[in-house]
Design a protein around this ligand. Structure first.
Ligand code: FDA
Length: 309
């Protein structure tokens, strides 16, 4: 049953029609709990509140199904504007980007050019740029672009998904690159990805421990309190310095645990999505945690009552 629900929401997340419609609706269906703002100014206010609690942020300008160069150019401009804002307001914040939003499906060199412009602007202010990992169809193209960028930039890294069978092999080839480890959010075939939670969790622990024993900064991105508990124990037993890693969680998830980790002296970073393109992102979050469907149901009832009265 859980798999059916997961597949249903992942299918919704890729529905172009609904994604387009949702841009016009504004935040609906409970999405405001997980999306940190509609524009640069509103997300800046939320970042300031998180920073005041000792929590760092990574912002993601939401955008799905970018199909022409003009749209990709606008996304690049918005990211550069966000960089300026981070600098001006002295926010404790870096940026997460998705290569499809910057034109990966349109023209690889065009996407590479957009990334170079973003990295030049970010380097000026010493801001790190993380390339989020999308579905497996984009995995190798993303790694290829990252490798080209690494020849000229140090302020760039990416994400490795523990559900991928090739995750450890790829991670081993990126020993000096800042990496975020996640479980993986897309539906992938058994040929390329582990399907059982046990295997995905075991691989997550294996990858995280391996990286923690190395010298390069690692972001451990999960809401899984069992995994976090096991890694905290591992960190203490191996005297791993707290400046060599951070925990990351999504905005609106496990908020209390985020504050607790920050209060315990761990580096804690919250992933803050913002913008009008919330639908696909929100549906992927519902796929991961069907308990959140009650937010969606409450909103549908609220809207129905409003329309009837
Ligand atoms: P999982 O969903 O397996 O949950 C494990 C357990 O944690 C649950 O059983 C429950 O006990 C507890 N739990 C989880 N959420 C909870 C909640 N809200 N409240 C209470 N308990 C909760 N994916 C991707 O493919 N590419 C990417 O670039 C990224 N980027 C990214 C950044 C950041 C900062 C995060 C946190 C995640 C991503 N992801 C991602 C998403 C990631 O791949 C994954 O889908 C989600 O993090 C969900 O998996 P969890 O590790 O949280 O555990």
């Amino acid at each position: 049953m859980q798999n059916l629900i997961r597949n249903f929401f992942i299918a919704l997340s890729t529905n172009k029609f609904l994604n387009k419609k949702a841009r016009k609706w504004g935040f609906r269906l409970g999405a405001e709990k997980f999306v940190a703002g509609t524009d640069i100014d509103s997300v800046t206010l939320t970042i300031k509140k998180m920073n005041a609690q000792g929590i760092s942020c990574t912002v993601d300008n939401l955008g799905e199904f970018v199909s022409d160069k003009e749209e990709a150019g606008k996304a690049k401009k918005q990211i550069i504007n966000m960089l300026e804002k981070i600098h001006q307001e002295k926010l404790d914040c870096h940026i997460s980007v998705k290569l499809t939003q910057l034109g990966l499906d349109i023209d690889r060199d065009f996407c590479l050019g957009n990334m170079r412009e973003i990295l030049d602007a970010a380097a000026k202010y010493c801001i790190f740029i993380n390339i989020d990992m999308e579905d497996y169809a984009h995995f190798q193209p993303t790694i290829d672009i990252l490798k080209l960028l690494l020849k000229d930039y140090q302020n760039v890294g990416t994400v490795i998904q523990s559900y991928l069978r090739c995750a450890e092999e790829v991670l081993d080839k990126l020993p000096n690159v800042r990496i975020r480890i996640v479980k993986g959010a897309y539906k992938e075939s058994p040929a390329v990805a582990f399907q059982s939670k046990t295997e995905i969790d075991q691989n997550f622990l294996k990858l995280a421990k391996k990286r923690l024993l190395g010298n390069t900064f690692t972001s451990i991105a999960t809401h899984d309190h069992r995994i976090i508990g096991q890694l905290k124990k591992f960190i203490q037993e191996n005297n791993i310095p707290k400046d060599r890693f951070e925990f990351q969680m999504l905005y609106g998830f496990q908020q209390e645990m985020q504050y607790e980790l920050a209060n315990e002296g761990y580096q804690m970073t919250t992933y803050m999505p913002f913008g009008r393109d919330w639908f696909g992102y929100y549906m992927r979050r519902l796929a991961e945690r069907p308990q959140n469907i009650n937010l969606l149901i409450k909103d549908v009832f609220r809207l129905t009552r409003k329309n009837l009265s």
